[in-house]
Design a protein around this ligand. Structure first.
Ligand code: ARG
Ligand code: ZN
Length: 872
């Protein structure tokens, strides 16, 4: 195979079905200390109508091919060749049905890419999505080839007592030389990306779930022995998810067994392999001492997400990888709905919208912008993006809002009725939604075709005489190519508030379809205050003129919790942006008295839900604020942010301290019910304000919390406050954190790194460099890499130092990482892609680093694709 990676771009429009298809896969894995042998036997059929002499193409990457035969006869080398570096072609003619056998050897212990078969600590495991199966054996490695799998694993019994694959275990037993075997059969046809196998010395917990048709499902969760006690929260979450999917969508689990395995080294969060989910330890292990409240919620959401894929992804899968959002957008929507039902709907919605605004909007507004259904890719792994996942979920949410809960359910039912067991497209999903409800969703396709964030401007007119309210909505959207997008079909949820805060009229969903559209509402008795885009009913930027009084009114009265929060966020960002402008003009920054009043009112209102109260008190994050700056000036923005936070803290110091104290929980007993979580959230937001003051008294409060915390939530909160205030207390807290918790626990070590890398201090770059050289730092573990690199990239002022030192430092690391793990290196490089949004010196520096990557010999196709697209 050729050394040089050819950069081949694949296009959505080029989709064609194959001439042959694999129907049944038989695999034998013989795992040895230094090498694994994979024997495969593929039952292949020629498709009706395909030419008899058509060649048969198989994907294979980095394989050492030992032998190849058809129907038992060894194929002479003249019959096959590598037509591309990862594509083997067997020349025709071939029988209309035949068995292709191959033997390859691989070295999992040397697989640092963590794609295909690899070793994580002492565990052999696989990751095949998107195109990793071809790194295990020759196969038509594309999702429209669905086959049944029979797998036999052989390994040393002592080092690998646990042997797992998809489906049911059919046999197991001992072999010679201290080895043993197990065989598995998965009756459901599946694409190769859902294949998985695991071999290792694992501990486990067991449970069962009885489905609504009274089938008993065995649930097993596996991890390294010392982590087994941290699996219970995940197990609990799984059972809740199984029940929820039955109740909400009538979807029941379809096999007798469901396994989850936790591994340390994993490029993403988790993977939905049929009946054998494999998880990054960070997304499954939880104990109060090692996981924060946010981690508990995230784990619950991801366990549900992977479980939900069994129907949305596995039973109905994607025809090709351009359709990724078909399963991911839908499954994210499902896990979001689940979490809303399990915890608090408003809190969850606020968190999800924050992700869309602070991560997806910038992606959509930069050179990496792509529609939720991309048109082309070089490395598919680069398209597991916030756009495909999160904006994809917002698009599904819009069907839900437009069609209503029942209508959406009808659409889902029809989708499964039509497509169960097949590989389909986003258009098939849209058609099921439309047909089940008898509505026209033609225009809705534009969400799949056009990138960019639409801006919707609203103008309201109220005619007192006629009692008529008219709302003029105008939408516009710039595409990444610089043109104007065609108008989108979107739901705008609107509430109408009377002067006393009550609902003047019932809430409405306005269906906006035109570039400019007027909605007239009759019999409106007085001029309402509008509550627009309730619950963030469309992934857009809303523009509507209103003053601070009106925002304060909404903060106090809107019955939509999301919009109450939203009004407060708007008020915060106005002040911060005004201060950033003042800063740039060399003028004094100021604190808006109305903002302080509003914050005080929120702080003192003990009738509020504490989680919502905490979010209402939280400043918009910097990424979010940067998005609405014409030219991002990190220095002015961060200084304005810090000034605003500090001045609020100065004005409300006593109230903040009192609220902090009022929400302390007893240290001797840990609780993680909703009330306790709300109390911690509120208390720690207060602590964050107080820490902005940076005086001895408040830093001592932080230190006390760090030293006496009975849970990771409180430790992380206090340590983060202190990391931003270097000095005696900070040193003590971080040392305590390391000694007590981080030094023996990989996931806690990651938190310890992340806190320091994100801290906005003058020493930031020196600190990250020191962390990089820390004896426990290893570039081979993606979680550790992300904790350092991604956290530092979010450290707005210091990553974006005007002298370019932050950009250079990160690029050095990316180039080093790329040699081992292209997927993770490429992900980190996206942090440099948004350069056009910055001022001239920073643009030049970020661009220079992207060019450096592009000009480096031997860079992976993953990382090269990001550099090329970013510079295009
Ligand atoms: N399907 C997985 C999920 O549930 C993500 C796998 C992504 N894999 C990758 N190599 N990019 O979201
Ligand atoms: Zn997923």
């Amino acid at each position: 195979m050729a050394e040089k990676k050819a950069l081949k771009e694949k296009f959505r429009r080029d989709y064609t079905p194959t001439n042959y298809f694999v129907e049944q896969v038989n695999l034998l894995f013989q795992v040895f200390e230094d090498c694994t042998k994979v024997s495969s036997s593929l039952k292949v059929k020629r498709r009706d109508g395909a030419p008899e002499n058509a060649p048969f193409q198989l994907d294979g990457e980095g394989l050492t091919l030992q032998s190849l035969s058809i129907d038992g006869e060894t194929l002479p080398p003249s019959r096959y060749s590598w037509v591309e570096e990862d594509l083997l072609e067997i020349s025709g003619p071939l029988p209309s049905s035949f068995v292709l056998q191959s033997l390859v050897t691989t070295k999992p212990e040397e697989n640092t890419q963590l794609s295909g078969l690899y070793k994580s600590s002492s565990i052999y495991c696989t990751q095949c999505e998107a195109e990793g199966f071809r790194r295990i054996t020759l196969m038509q490695d594309r999702p429209d080839i669905m086959a049944t799998y029979e797998v036999r694993i052989e390994a040393d019994k002592e080092s690998c007592p646990v042997l797992l694959s998809n489906g049911n275990m059919t046999e197991n037993g001992d072999l010679e030389n201290g080895r043993h075997f197990a065989t598995y059969n998965d009756p459901f046809p599946k694409p190769s990306y859902l294949f998985a196998m695991v071999a290792g010395d694992l501990g486990f917990i067991r449970d069962t779930f009885v489905t609504r048709s009274e089938k008993v499902v065995a649930l097993n969760m596996y991890s390294e022995h010392n982590n087994v006690k941290k699996l219970y929260h995940a197990m609990d979450s799984l059972k809740k998810a199984m029940r929820w999917d039955e109740e909400t969508f009538g979807l029941e689990y379809d096999l007798d067994i469901f396994n989850v395995v936790a591994v340390n080294d994993f490029n993403m969060g988790a993977m939905e392999n049929k009946s054998l989910n494999i998880f990054n330890t960070s997304c499954v292990l939880a104990s109060p001492e090692t996981a924060t409240d946010a981690d508990y919620e995230r784990i619950q959401g991801i366990i549900a997400h992977e479980y939900f894929h069994n129907w949305t992804g596995n039973r109905v899968t994607c025809r090709d990888w351009f359709q990724l959002t078909l399963k991911e957008g839908l499954t994210v929507f499902r896990d979001q709905q689940f979490s809303m039902d399990m915890t608090s709907a408003a809190v969850k919605r606020i968190e999800d919208v924050n992700v869309v605004r602070s991560m997806q909007f910038p992606e959509d507004n930069g050179p990496m912008a792509h529609p939720i259904r991309p048109e082309s890719y070089i490395a598919m792994d680069n398209f597991y993006t916030v756009t495909v996942y999160r904006k994809g979920a917002e698009v599904i949410r819009m069907y839900h809002t437009l069609l209503g809960k029942e209508g959406f359910r009808k659409g889902m039912d029809l989708y499964f009725q039509r497509h169960d067991g097949s590989a389909v497209t986003c258009d098939d999903f849209r058609r099921a939604m439309a047909d089940a409800n008898g509505v026209d969703l033609t225009q809705f396709e534009r969400w799949y075709l056009q990138a960019g964030t639409p801006v919707v401007r609203c103008e309201a007119k109220y005619d007192v005489e006629a009692k008529r309210l008219s709302l003029l909505l105008k939408q516009s959207c710039r595409t990444p190519q610089g043109g104007d997008a065609l108008p989108f079909h979107m739901p705008i949820r609107v509430g109408f508030l009377a002067q006393d805060g009550s609902e003047l009229l019932p809430e409405r969903v306005l269906e906006l379809k035109e570039a400019s559209q007027e909605f007239v509402i009759e019999n409106v008795n007085s001029k309402p205050v509008l509550s627009l885009l309730r619950g963030f009913s469309a992934p857009i930027k809303l523009e509507y003129e209103r003053d601070d009084e009106e925002l304060a009114f909404l903060m106090a009265h809107d019955k939509d919790s999301f919009n109450r929060w939203e009004a407060g966020q708007l008020m915060f960002s106005r002040t911060i942006h005004a201060n950033a402008k003042a800063m740039q003009a060399g003028q004094a920054m100021q604190l808006n008295a109305k903002l302080v009043d509003a914050v005080r009112r929120t702080l003192l209102d003990t009738s509020l839900d504490k989680s919502l109260q905490a979010y209402a008190l939280t400043l918009p994050n910097l990424q979010n604020l940067a998005e609405s700056m014409e030219i991002v000036d990190p220095d002015a923005l961060v200084d304005a942010y810090k000034f605003t936070k500090k001045e609020i803290a100065r004005s409300l110091r006593d109230h903040l301290l009192k609220t902090y104290e009022a929400n302390l929980l007893p240290e001797d007993s840990f609780r993680n019910d909703a009330e306790a979580i709300g109390m911690r959230r509120l208390k720690n937001v207060c602590l964050g304000y107080l820490a902005a003051l940076g005086d001895k008294e408040v830093l001592d409060v932080c230190l006390k919390q760090a030293l006496t915390a009975n849970c990771m939530t409180d430790l992380v909160a206090a340590a983060s406050c202190l990391a931003a205030n270097p000095g005696e207390q900070s040193d003590k807290a971080l040392e305590h954190f390391y000694q007590q918790h981080a030094k023996d626990d990989n996931l806690v070590f990651c938190k310890w790194i992340a806190i320091q890398a994100a801290a906005c201090t003058d020493q930031a770059l020196e600190i990250v460099d020191k962390l990089f050289k820390h004896p426990s730092f290893t570039i081979k573990n993606p979680n550790i890499c992300r904790s350092l690199f991604i956290s530092f990239a979010g450290n707005m002022k210091h990553f974006h130092r005007a002298d370019g030192s932050g950009h250079r430092w990160l690029t050095d690391r990316i180039l080093e990482l790329d040699k081992l793990n292209p997927q993770t290196a490429a992900k980190i490089l996206t942090k440099l892609a948004g350069y056009k949004r910055f001022d001239a010196p920073r643009q030049a520096s970020m661009k220079a680093q992207l060019e450096r990557v592009r000009n480096t010999e031997g860079v992976s196709k993953d990382t090269m694709e990001i550099a090329i697209r970013a510079l295009a």
